[in-house]
Design a protein around this ligand. Structure first.
Ligand code: P70
Length: 459
């Protein structure tokens, strides 16, 4: 007998709501011009549905807000630090915790501690802040993700996987002593929120162990990765998400975390390590750049919210609704014929700007132009993830990434299915009028992470 479809619904109900602004097209035209056609420079009051990022934009639960009231704001030895430390040990299995104000601060510390001038750092696709910290420490990032990750149409179920042959070639070429660690991200952001398989992690551990190379895990979206393993990898369908997360972490030596994503808070992060000697060095460094080692730039109340957020992030109902909401939007767009990155990832839907705007060259910033047009149409804010984000290489030349994407990133527990419908209809409208979209030129380019503050003008 055929099984009747049973829908999922948000495993929460609303207690407080935030009113959002609606604008006219004329108002949006003025706002966009003032923002230099960069969605990062728009004022939030001018945005209707904000899909810029899933970072720090989650709705916290009543349990988290209640936890905030138990903030122990002692300068040293805050109770909340010990709660967070216990949560990291229990849910992620890492032994030692260095709190930081957000993810990039943890990246800074680990990069400075492990990378020497002239080192190479292989990783499963670059992330903007991660690669910059590796470069500032004297290293060079080398991409070792599987080829499928660079192909938006490939439906490989684990496009985040490390290509072990590519990694072996890097080891052969430079020697293990030049490789401080492999930078391994779960739910690879720049590839479209694509997961790594457990099988791949096991093999990666084996290969790196043979050469004495560490694996440092960017675990910002590890629970979303775990959900895909549960859905797609043999042997995991009945395993609790928490167990899958623990197993993922067990194949790595330490982790950087932006708690602003998976862990459902508005600010926070950490570095987690298993090696005592390295931890001691990191703890020493955090007091220089972040704050004392028992708060690292977070208030006590923030650490409590992270500790509770971690427990909620591995709840089955939560993670299912979170990822399936993203997939709901993605499938709607696919049904409308809009080119997107396949398969739909864990934190957002990525529009394939190269394919949508074939009349623009990459130097005319197609993804930036598409994000601007979407905002003009409906006030939906998205993020460029293409040539602007990819920045310049060490010689000062533009990087030309294969992926030229617009990210529609879904904040956790914030928007409803009706919001997703409105977004899809706006994307469809823009898609149907795509031939009228013109390119942009960059008129201001900052030195670091240019996508945040660059300004553009119409061609
Ligand atoms: C995003 C955010 C942050 C992030 C991440 C991964 C896989 C580290 C970090 C840094 C915010 C962002 C950051 C740079 C460019 C655009 C947007 N990602 N690793 O929206 O963490 O922000 O806490 O310092 O995704 O994807 P943090």
């Amino acid at each position: 007998m055929e099984q009747r479809k049973r829908s999922w619904a948000e495993p929460y109900k609303m207690k407080v709501v935030e009113l959002i602004h609606m604008t006219t097209r004329e108002e949006r035209e003025a706002a966009l011009k003032e923002a230099g056609y960069n969605t990062f420079l728009l004022k939030s009051k001018d945005v209707y549905i904000d899909l810029l990022t899933d970072s720090g934009t989650s709705a916290m639960s009543d349990r988290q807000w209640a936890g905030m009231m138990t903030g122990d704001e002692a300068y040293a030895g805050s109770e909340n630090f010990y709660h967070l430390e216990a949560a990291v040990q229990k849910y992620y299995g890492y032994k030692y915790l260095v709190p930081t104000h957000q993810g990039r601060a943890a990246e800074h510390i680990i990069s400075q501690l492990l990378i020497k001038q002239g080192d190479v750092v292989p990783g499963n696709m670059y992330f903007t802040t991660t690669r910059l910290h590796q470069e500032l420490a004297g290293g060079t990032f080398v991409d070792v993700i599987i080829d499928e990750a660079h192909d938006p149409d490939s439906t490989h179920p684990f496009k985040g996987n490390v290509d072990l042959n590519k990694l072996q070639a890097v080891i052969d070429k430079y020697g293990a002593s030049k490789i401080p660690y492999v930078a391994l991200a779960t739910a690879v952001n720049m590839a479209g929120g694509q997961p790594v398989s457990m099988q791949n992690l096991r093999e990666l551990r084996e290969l790196t162990a043979k050469h004495g190379i560490k694996v440092i895990h960017d675990m910002t979206r590890v629970a979303e990765n775990a959900y895909f393993i549960k859905k797609r990898e043999a042997g995991y369908a009945d395993k609790p998400i928490g167990e899958i997360v623990l197993e993922i972490c067990s194949y790595t030596d330490g982790a950087t975390m932006s708690a602003k994503k998976d862990a459902l808070v508005n600010i926070g992060g950490f570095l987690a390590l298993n090696d005592w000697a390295l931890f001691e060095k990191a703890r020493n460094m955090v007091v220089v750049y972040e704050g004392l080692h028992t708060y690292g730039g977070m208030a006590g109340r923030d650490m409590e919210a992270v500790a509770i957020g971690i427990t909620e992030s591995v709840e089955e109902n939560h993670i299912r609704a979170r990822v399936e909401q993203v997939i709901y939007l993605g499938e709607k767009l696919i049904a409308m014929g809009v080119p997107v990155v396949h398969p739909i990832g864990g934190h957002g839907v990525f529009l394939n700007a190269k394919q949508i705007l074939p009349h623009l060259t990459q130097d005319q910033f197609p993804a930036q132009a598409l994000a601007a047009e979407l905002y003009l149409d409906s006030g939906v804010r998205s993020m460029e993830r293409g040539i602007v984000s990819a920045g310049r290489n060490k010689e000062g030349k533009n990087n030309y990434p294969k992926l030229e994407l617009v990210r529609l990133t879904i904040p956790r527990r914030v928007y409803t299915q009706a919001h997703m419908d409105v977004v899809a209809e706006s994307v469809q409208e823009v898609y149907e009028n795509r031939s009228k979209i013109t390119g942009l030129k960059m008129v201001y380019e900052p030195e670091y992470l240019r996508f945040f503050q660059a300004r553009f003008d119409v061609l």
